[in-house]
Unconditional design. Sequence first.
Length: 398
Amino acid sequence: MSRYRLLSTPAQEAGLLEHARHARFVWNLAVEQHACWRPGRSAAPGYVEQARQLTEARAEFAWLRAGSVTVQQQALRDFAQAVQNFYTGVLRRPSWRKAGRDEGFRQVALKPHHVQRLNRRTGRVWVPKVGWVRFRWSRAVPANVKSYRITRDAAHRWHVAFASVPDPIPTPGNGEVVGVDRGVAVSAALSTGELLTVPGLTVHETRRLRRLQRRFARCTPGSNRRSKVKVAIAKLKVRERDRRRDWVEKTSTDLARRFEVIRVEDLDVRAMTRSAKGTPDRPGTHVRAKAGLNRGILASGWGLLVSRLQCKAAGRVQKVKAAYTSQTCSACGHRASENRKSQAVFRCVACDHRAHADVNAARNIAAGRAVTARGDLGSSRSAKREPHLSTSSRRRWS
């Protein structure tokens, strides 16, 4: 989707929030209907039945009838699609939407004249029951868009995203292969020797964030002061997230334009960032250290980088088993835990090859090397036939 910053007035924001409340109310009703289903009962109502029930509800309640019927019907369509994605194994089960966190709605049947450009920096979009809402024309709006989604983030910023599927970046045709090793100290190390790091908050911004978090802990729940501090913290958080997304977009575009084949580690980021606190009966160990590691992994954008690469370089992204790529010498192929001297230093005990540890791992990934069940080195094609080795066996967390 192509996302743009909305320049709405306070009166327009009230109308947008009203649409978001109606969409969330309809969505949560649909979730409740499916949550009441039990084996042996008749099937939960689908979109057609729920749309009929929505018509009856709009006739009975004036506050619901005052909203846009297309916004409310689209919430039901989105829920039906989410349920289908759950049963096909694409996404998780649809859950409840919460006020203050899930603020947004989708509008379909968009006509070409519903999006207009006013000048070099500003455009406007037509929103039912709200009217023309201006947005920042940061780039050209894709042609022939049929729908858009309007959302508000935690920092109370409104955005409009026009639904479109961009064309993949054409292959350079140079036959070059690059390996990408993702880490925490170095966000992405390339087999070419480049070290890329996600820009985070500055030192001043980090100090301010810590002060605000301490102030937030002392606030009374439900107070106005707590709400203001919460928004101030959210503004710093979204600033960090925007910088990470910008870095991911630029890095993925650059890699897709420069290289024919892009090889990355096959990592289950969701499992790697799962909490280690355990249960009251079986509490975890080193929970605080694991929480810090999880924050570092998420801040480096591991999953987002691969996801954007797969979209921009469709069919050219290959995943290689991650086991022992940081302990294997890219020059002679010797594998030993003693090769990894520290987070950044790699020195082979067999051939005395020296390199940056992350760059050495990236070169192994570029070569498609993986460790088979017998412990020998093989190509990524042969390694696919072997049992998957757990990523917890990796000794490198950088």
